[in-house]
Design a protein around this ligand. Structure first.
Ligand code: 6PG
Length: 643
């Protein structure tokens, strides 16, 4: 698991290398296009040379082309662009006056194309055309081109009153000198992601605020520290940072979740242009992400709420990335995010467009919920193995043996943690037993309650952390409630492993079921198999079991309905029952392990005790109930006191 971070070097680097030069007739597209192609040493194609015979005939008769005539021609130019993209790129000139024409030209190459819009006044262009000996164009024809021109967004707009030399300089400046991607916020994760982007040869701009005496020259010092950042441009002031970026600007915010994100958005907004893209890579609440998505849409700015998992090392060598938001905006940032993401066993990036609105942050939140449980289960395994008389080294050795059947990143790091010594003692023995949290487990618990989905293990893992915080009261309680004498645990180490594996299946069932509920409820259309695929590497919950889930979720969205999983649970059940019962008898806190079997017991009962609840509700509140012997699902009320 640990060695799987990272991606094949540079092979995924995708450069912007199809350059379209557009504008009305007479702006000098061909001149500028061929000069630029020489300058960049890439081929030049004049769109006019690719017209089919019919179009040429029509034009020679002085007839204007209609959209139908243009369709095939634009498709030919697009095919040319796709072909050239596989080589070293090219410059293509084409008037492309309408958005729909540009969409055809951009098919399958969006994110790898740049548009240069040569713009000038009617008068200037008319004058230029009239000065050309070999080119006649009536004022009316030129006027009609201005009439149909839909001014493009997100282009490099060049004023044609500049000299050709200066035009080329300006274009090169935009294409080469400006950064492709901006990183805002250089905390631990921001720094690692920046280095990852730079290692993938992206030209980046770095921003960190200036706080006198506390955060001074952070971006500059960071750039100077690492040689891969030699071409990165550092800033501590917002306007030049934003202006240093190619349009549409792509800025990833790596700041603390919460109000800070809104503050940063407000700080950036005055400097952004229509179509620019902000990516929030922090652990933001998905509801806030939806609000920010809507707010920024009203300002014509795209917002992508993206989960990023893998901690500092993952961010540097390849995290799992969960971007949610507008699909077209995602396409613009896809080459960057996919290049820096971890790669799965087939070499595919552990990054996929999750869905719209806050879906990326929702799935990251549930990822963290699953993470809380996986961590809590290992903590419970630790306390059981400790009660069985093992020291941390011995426990590490036992867990080492579990790698064969239950390997995961969290298992691996737990083994490392248990082996770490400080002087003669193990470091774990010195760590205060109060577990912190930053809120995602809390939000998952709220979401599971709101969606009516019983992800009980996530709630239980969260509450186990909360209980741990009552350290002082726990010390007093340990005196008040004495441990019984002569306790003993009657199970084997294999039983513990089986119980652990059982609980992990229930955890993954509950986590993915919660995602499925949200998908239906919010109409996100999430793909559980693809989601488990991007969690097979880079993220904190990557595991051998996650690898299995990729295939399982291709056939079902409900893990507990999969026949192989049912068989596995049946085989593991005797151990979890034994381990949980014995631990309860021995007063060991194993709330998460216990929740797993309690959940299954509640879930697999055909006739539960919920009839009593319904009767009680009807008794005191006339809330009514349905009857098993009435298939019409009609609601009944009983006057209970007169019975
Ligand atoms: C990850 C982690 C990461 C972090 C969280 C959890 O996927 O890389 O989930 O996002 O560990 O901040 O934090 P808490 O345990 O503090 O809630």
């Amino acid at each position: 698991m640990g060695a799987q971070f990272g991606c094949p070097k540079k092979q995924t680097k995708i450069e912007t290398n199809i350059i379209f030069i557009m504008g009305v007739s007479g702006v000098g597209k061909s001149t500028i296009g061929s000069l630029l192609s020489e300058e960049l040493a890439i081929p030049f194609f004049d769109g006019d040379d690719f017209h089919p015979e019919n179009n040429i005939l029509k034009m020679s008769r002085g007839e204007a082309l209609n959209d139908n005539d243009r369709f095939g021609w634009l498709k030919t130019l697009n095919e040319l662009a796709v072909k050239q993209l596989k080589k070293k790129g090219c410059v293509i000139v084409c008037s492309a006056l309408k958005e729909s024409y540009r969409n055809i030209l951009n098919t399958n190459i969006k994110g790898n194309s740049k548009w240069v819009f040569l713009n000038g006044s009617f008068e200037l262009i008319e004058k230029r055309i009239n000065n050309r000996r070999d080119h006649f164009m009536s004022s009316d024809l030129l006027r009609s081109q201005f009439d149909i021109l839909e001014e493009p967004k997100n282009t490099i707009e060049i004023d044609i009153s500049l000299t050709p030399e200066n035009i080329i300089k300006a274009i090169k400046n935009e294409l080469k000198m400006k950064s492709e991607f901006g990183l805002f916020g250089l905390g631990v994760m921001g720094k690692s992601l920046s280095r990852n982007l730079a290692n993938n040869d992206f030209k980046i701009s770095l921003f960190n605020r200036h706080v006198a005496g506390k955060e001074e020259n952070v971006a500059l010092n960071f750039k100077n520290e690492f040689k891969e950042l030699s071409s990165a441009i550092p800033f501590d002031s917002i306007a030049p940072f934003v202006n240093s970026l190619q349009k549409p600007r792509k800025i990833m915010l790596m700041v603390n979740a919460g109000k800070i994100v809104d503050g940063v958005i407000e700080d950036l907004l005055p400097f952004l242009d229509d179509g620019d893209i902000l990516i929030d890579g922090g652990n933001s609440n998905y509801n806030k992400t939806k609000e920010r998505f809507d707010y920024l849409m009203s300002k014509n700015i795209h917002f992508i709420g993206s989960g990023v998992s893998g901690g500092e090392e993952g961010a540097l060598k390849g995290p799992s990335i969960m971007p949610g938001g507008d699909k077209d905006a995602y396409k613009e940032v896809q080459p960057f995010l996919e290049a820096i993401a971890a790669k799965d066993a087939n070499g595919l990036p552990c990054c996929t467009h999750i869905g719209t609105e806050g879906s990326g942050h929702f799935v990251k939140m549930v990822h963290n919920g699953i993470e809380y449980v996986e961590m809590q289960l290992l903590a419970e395994v630790f306390i059981i193995l400790k009660r069985l008389g093992n020291d941390p080294d011995q426990i590490a050795t036992i867990l080492e043996g579990w790698k064969e059947t239950a390997n995961s990143y969290l298992l691996e790091i737990t083994i490392d943690i248990l082996r770490k010594k400080e002087g003669d003692d193990w470091l774990v023995n010195k760590i205060m037993d109060k577990a912190g949290n930053k809120g995602t487990g809390n939000w998952t618990t709220i979401a599971t309650a709101q969606l009516g989905m019983p992800s009980t293990m996530i709630a239980s893992a969260l509450f186990a952390r909360y209980i741990s915080f009552y350290k002082e009261e726990r010390i007093i309680a340990s005196e008040n409630f004495k441990l019984e004498d002569n306790l003993s645990l009657n199970f084997t180490i294999d039983d513990v492993l089986n119980a652990y594996q059982f609980a992990r299946i229930i955890n993954h069932y509950q986590g993915f079921k919660l995602i499925q509920e949200a998908s239906v409820n919010y109409k996100w259309n999430l793909n559980l198999s693809e989601l488990s695929r991007i969690w097979t590497n880079g993220c904190i919950i990557r595991s051998d079991f996650m690898l299995e889930l990729v295939a399982i979720f291709k056939t079902t969205n409900n893990l507990l309905m999969d026949s192989n999983i049912v068989k596995r649970i049946e085989a593991l059940k005797p151990s979890i029952k034994k381990v949980v019962s014995e631990c309860v008898l021995n007063e060991l806190p194993i709330s998460n392990l216990s929740e797993s079997i309690n959940f299954l017991n509640s879930f697999k009962i055909a006739n539960s005790s919920a009839n009593i609840i319904q009767a009680q509700r009807d008794y005191f509140g006339a809330h009514t109930y349905q009857r098993k012997d009435d298939a019409s699902n009609k609601f009944y009320h009983t006057n209970w006191k007169n019975n």
